[in-house]
Design a protein around this ligand. Structure first.
Ligand code: PLP
Length: 392
């Protein structure tokens, strides 16, 4: 028996482990100090009432002999796929219910999608970015090259040169930088992918944070995307589903590679290796798309957006360079006084009792940058900014 040797090439990601050990050490030597956590990427507000009510009704269904459900459709129930489809169509992205695959979240589909691609291909991944893209490709033995996201391009790299690439990862609004591509910039990526015969894996997990009407929430708002893109989305941040688990992936019928319809291949993949998301959770997810659900989910999002605004206004006042804060729950700032990411982390922790995330943990280009998140309470966010302003 031999194991997948590619696992040996994975770099240990000490980011969150190092943060926790530094925080634990600080807490044991300073038990009286109140720490403010601004490094968390998880939501803190509970599920909205409309979702909870629907979850309860679905539990009742499971208790009745006539309404009980066994295995569901592999692709997800029609009632949820139709909701997703309407949501996209209302935002100007034309898709069909047959193109929607309900999932248990974006992370699994990001990882499992590689099963339908040949190994040893050239994968273009932005640096810095959500670490799952890199690690899953290392596990698959693919050759990864990086698109440099830097202060010079506002952390929004564009196609460069004449590289032959097979898969292009785009995350917009981006984790960790909060940067959002506009339609013109995405069009450049779509044209590039179509010219190269590449596939774009577009991660729109933070689309619900977009307020500006002109910014694209979906790659399918861009002409030409239906022949080159797959979109992976999630209700985790949109509706507080990080612990409830539901997302979806959209694969247009026009997307073909090597003579294969990619939608059919993914269907084949799912029928073989996935038995669907539970009926109860899909009912809860469908409630997100109702009028009342959208209103309630919108109130929670507004709460986080207000925090993002508090942080970005403070950055403006302190004249600290940053991306994000608008249309995103992340604020990606340049560490003051040319500090490196960990120096700034230590200073925030030890002197101001604030915990954030060092940018260097998200890739080489993250060195000298730092991520703050808007997922805390208003009170903590205001207090953290007060502490920072008194220091800078
Ligand atoms: N994509 C990005 C960019 C993320 O930041 C995250 C979670 O933080 C995910 C995907 C995973 O989402 P899910 O909870 O749906 O697996």
């Amino acid at each position: 028996m031999r194991v997948n040797k590619n696992y040996a090439s994975l770099k240990n990601n000490y980011l969150f482990a190092t943060i926790s050990s530094k925080v634990d050490e600080f807490k044991s030597s300073n038990p009286d100090k109140k720490l403010i956590y601004m490094g968390i990427g998880d939501i803190t507000r509970p599920l909205c009432g409309a979702v909870v009510d629907e979850l309860k009704k679905a539990v009742e269904d499971m208790a009745g002999p006539k309404t009980f459900k066994g295995y569901g459709p592999y692709q997800g129930y029609d009632f949820l796929r139709n909701c997703v489809c309407k949501y996209y169509n209302d935002h100007g992205a034309k898709i069909d219910p047959d193109e929607v695959f309900i999932s248990d979240g974006a992370k699994s589909d990001c990882a499992n999608m590689l099963d339908i691609f040949d190994n040893n291909q050239i994968i273009l991944i932005p640096d810095p970015v959500y670490p799952v893209y890199l690690d899953t490709n290392v596990m698959a033995g693919n050759k990864v090259i990086f698109a440099d996201a830097t202060e010079e391009n506002n952390f929004l790299p564009l196609p460069k040169g004449d590289l032959d690439v097979d898969v292009i990862y785009i995350c917009s609004p981006n984790n960790p930088t909060g940067a959002v591509y506009d339609k013109k910039q995405l069009k450049l990526w779509v044209d590039y992918a179509n010219e190269k015969g590449a596939i774009i894996l577009f991660d729109s997990a933070y689309e619900a944070f977009i307020d500006e009407k002109t910014l694209p929430r979906s790659i399918f708002e861009i002409q030409g995307a239906r022949t080159c893109a797959i979109e992976i989305c999630s209700l985790s941040k949109t509706a507080g589903f990080t612990g409830t688990r539901c997302g979806f992936t959209i694969i247009p019928k026009e997307l073909k590679r090597d003579g294969n319809i990619v939608n059919n291949m993914w269907m084949r993949h799912q029928t073989t290796s996935f038995n669907g998301v539970s009926y109860i959770i899909q009912r809860g997810a469908a409630a997100v798309f109702t009028e009342i659900g959208q209103k309630q989910v919108g109130e929670n999002l507004l709460y986080y957006k207000k925090n993002a605004e508090i942080i970005s206004h403070s950055m403006d006042e302190m004249k600290i360079w940053y991306t994000g804060g608008k249309n995103s729950p992340y604020i990606w700032l340049k560490c003051p006084n040319s500090m490196d990411s960990w120096e700034f982390f230590d200073l925030l922790l030890n002197d101001l009792n604030i915990v954030g995330t060092p940018g260097s943990g998200f890739g080489r280009n993250g060195q000298g940058f730092f991520r703050l998140t808007a997922f805390g309470t208003h009170q903590d966010t205001i207090e953290a900014m007060k502490r920072l302003k008194s220091f800078i």
